[in-house]
Structure formats: structure tokens, C-alpha cells
Design a binder for this molecule. Structure first.
Ligand code: FES
Length: 322
């Protein structure tokens, strides 16, 4: 389990009408655990739940991650069902937060080949940290940063200073069309790795394009920035824990993980987006409704394991090996 840190909010500023930059440090500025691009911290919310936020570094300075004295975050205000961002947007300088030390499910692999970085909206946070590390390492890269309007794109000035002409912005409103991620992927002539972080629609399009273009497994690496959200037609179902026989009703607007945490259980978890695999459990009975990015199509069809942070149930009852 990652170390728990008690940190103080040292700076809060509005980057855009929807995005707030928050800086956290130890009370007397003592060094913090190091991290690598793609890493996130988990911030504890009132009530015991937590949310993951990617760390952002916008400076060509390795010490910002190897010997940090502050953690910087960019937080988008999400819809009201995702209470974490409202808590984060209410923070002010001097407030104290409990934080689980950095961990990384979206690492930038070492190497010398050129890299393509793609960010949609607040997905820029891990991607910007990768751009900073690649700049420091003098490794070639290109960063494509897309959003609906200029107002939705945070940290533009810093990115322009960091990346120069390696940065390509796409603003849907100005271009009169959405970012063509498939077209970009089809235009890549080498075998360069692509790192993508953005909303579910962007990630789903990128995964479909990688399959269609016949890319090798692993060439496209991605991370979602949105947590599980209810889908129209979602219903309630029952979950039974094999170890104790306890039964829980999972309502349409909550995940299995949320209900178990609310009940005082402590199931293993991290991303809460279905892309790290840490919350995976075996299914003893019932038919899972898979919504993760971990299992293969064959594993999903088999229905023997599931990610309880996002996946639901097609049967009225699931018995889980918990
Ligand atoms: S917590 Fe990451 S997949 Fe569920």
C-alpha cells in the first residue's frame, strides 16, 4: 500500500472556467516521494472515498519529478455525480488533504525512438509530464492537444514554452470539426509508440483505429481520465460476497466498488476507471457486464473475472470471490 501523506494546499488558480490548478506540498516544504510521467496520486475525500489525479510537470527540469517539493494537479470540474472534482474545486490555500503517494499505471517507456503524445481535454496532465521528460531527455516527440474550445484547453502558455513547434493544438470550435484521431494514427509512417489520455470517446476511437490499422499490441498506450458513469438503461442488481455471505444492492448510479467502500469494506482499487486492473475479482456466479479496458474479448466472453470499479451485471445477482 502506498504511503499516506498529509499535504497542504499551497496554490489554487483557475486555468480555464472548468479547470483549476492545485499545488500541494508538505507543511514546511520538505521533499516528497519522486514520481515518473504518467503517475497519479489518490486524494482522500470526506467520507472515506478517494479519487485519482495525474501529476503534471510542465518544466524541462528532471528534479521536478525526481526530487519534488510540490505536486501539481489540473482538475476539471466534472458533473455532480463525480463528487471528487467538486471537493477539489472547493479547496483553498492552507487546506490540508490526505494523499496516497504516487503510483503509475501509465508509464512512459524508456528508449530513443520518436513518440507521439495525444491529449484530449484534461487528459493533458499525464501527457504534459511526458512531454517535459522527453524534452529533458532530448528525445523526439510531437504532442497533439485537442479540446472543444480554447477555454477548455488548460496550461497552453506553459506547453507552448515547453514544446515549441512540437505542440499541435486542435480546437473543435475553430476547426469546425472534432479532432480526427483515427486520421492522425493512419498518417503515422513509422512504428512510433503513441500515448493517449482523454475522454472515453477518444480512447474508444483510438483503440478501434489501432485494431483496424493492424497495430501491434502495446503500440497504443492509453489512460482514461473519466471515472465510471451510469449508462442509460443501467439497473440495480445484487452482489454477494463469497467469504461472508453478505449481500449488497448496487443501485444504477453506484459501482460495486463504491457500495463496498460505503459499507466499510476496503477492496483493492486504484484508478476507478477500469484501466489498471487492480480491483479485479473472480466471478463465482452470475454474468458480468464488462466495461473495463483490461480484459481481452475472450476473457470478457468467459465471464470468470471482472473489474468492480466499472463493470456491472447482466444477471440479477453476482457472487464474487471477495
Ligand atoms: S481500480 Fe483500476 S481497474 Fe478498477
Amino acid at each position: 500500500m502506498a504511503e499516506t501523506l498529509t499535504l497542504t494546499v499551497t496554490e489554487v488558480r483557475s486555468e480555464t472556467p472548468l479547470v483549476r490548478a492545485v499545488v500541494l506540498a508538505r507543511p514546511h516544504g520538505e521533499p516528497l516521494p519522486s514520481w515518473q510521467p504518467g503517475a497519479h496520486i489518490r486524494i482522500k475525500l470526506p467520507g472515506g472515498d478517494d479519487r485519482s489525479y495525474s501529476l503534471i510537470n510542465l518544466r524541462d527540469d528532471a528534479q521536478a519529478t525526481t526530487r519534488p517539493t510540490a505536486y501539481s494537479l489540473g482538475i476539471r470540474l466534472e458533473d455532480p455525480s463525480q463528487g471528487g472534482s467538486r471537493f477539489m474545486h472547493a479547496l483553498k490555500s492552507g487546506d490540508s488533504v490526505e494523499v496516497l503517494a504516487p503510483s503509475n499505471n501509465f508509464p512512459l517507456n524508456p528508449g530513443s525512438e520518436a513518440v507521439v503524445l495525444i491529449a484530449g481535454g484534461i487528459g493533458i496532465t499525464p501527457i504534459a509530464s511526458m512531454a517535459a521528460a522527453l524534452t529533458t531527455d532530448k528525445r523526439p516527440y510531437r504532442l497533439y492537444y485537442a479540446g472543444r474550445s480554447r477555454e477548455q484547453l488548460a496550461f497552453i502558455k506553459e506547453l507552448e514554452a515547453l514544446c515549441g513547434d512540437r505542440l499541435a493544438l486542435h480546437i473543435d470550435d475553430a476547426a469546425g470539426k472534432v479532432f480526427d484521431i483515427r486520421g492522425l494514427m493512419a498518417s503515422l509512417s513509422g512504428n512510433e509508440p503513441v500515448y493517449c489520455c482523454g475522454p472515453r470517446a477518444m480512447i474508444d476511437t483510438a483503440i478501434a483505429a489501432a485494431k483496424e490499422l493492424g497495430w501491434e499490441n502495446g503500440r497504443l498506450r492509453f489512460e482514461l481520465f473519466t471515472a465510471a458513469a451510469p449508462v442509460a438503461g443501467d439497473g440495480a442488481f445484487e452482489v454477494v460476497l463469497k467469504s461472508t455471505g453478505e449481500s449488497f444492492l448496487i443501485p444504477p448510479d453506484k459501482t460495486i466498488l463504491d457500495v463496498l467502500i460505503d459499507a466499510g469494506k476496503d477492496p483493492l482499487h486504484d484508478c476507478k476507471r477500469g484501466d489498471c486492473g487492480i480491483c479485479q475479482v473472480d466471478v463465482i456466479e452470475g454474468v458480468p457486464d464488462h466495461r473495463d479496458y483490461i480484459l481481452t474479448d475472450a476473457e470478457k466472453a468467459e465471464g470468470k473475472k471482472m473489474q468492480i470499479c466499472v463493470s456491472r451485471s447482466k444477471s440479477p445477482r453476482l457472487v464474487l470471490d471477495l
